[in-house]
Design a protein around this ligand. Structure first.
Ligand code: HEC
Length: 105
């Protein structure tokens, strides 16, 4: 009986975790995203433009106000700066930024 409760609880947690991931970020490779953010010096450049460690560049209440726009913004930095990222890499990066800063549902 106790196991059944535990199972139910775990299942509920899993359902919540899935529900909080925007559709376009489902199945995104977060590990890859973290690696690409570090490799492409996103934070370094952003830190030179804003006060602090660069995370102030990410403004969840600003123009970037949905998961789709967030992904589009990463795509724009990718294109403008000639980073040569593949679409699934852009998605992975945006998914990490969403998890850590924007938290769109
Ligand atoms: C050479 C500098 C530079 C690099 C490198 C760079 N960015 Fe940016 N990024 C900017 C600038 C400048 C802006 C602000 C643009 C604006 O407000 O129009 C910006 C804005 C953004 C925003 C929008 C923030 C918001 O909430 O309004 C996102 C998201 C973003 N960058 C992601 C990235 C990611 C991810 C990378 C690395 C893969 C990256 N950027 C690399 C300069 C850079």
């Amino acid at each position: 009986m106790r196991n059944l409760y535990l199972f139910g609880f775990t299942f509920t947690l899993m359902a919540i975790a899935v529900a909080q991931t925007p559709k376009i970020f489902e199945g995104a490779d977060l590990k890859l995203g973290e690696k690409l953010i570090a490799e492409n010096r996103c934070t370094e450049c952003h830190a030179s433009k804003v006060v602090g460690d660069g995370s102030a560049m990410y403004k969840p209440m600003g123009r970037v106000n949905s998961a789709g726009i967030l992904r589009g913004m990463v795509e724009q930095c990718n294109t403008e700066l000639n980073m040569g990222l593949f679409p699934e890499e852009v998605t992975a990066i945006a998914a990490v930024l969403n998890r850590d800063y924007y938290r769109f549902k």
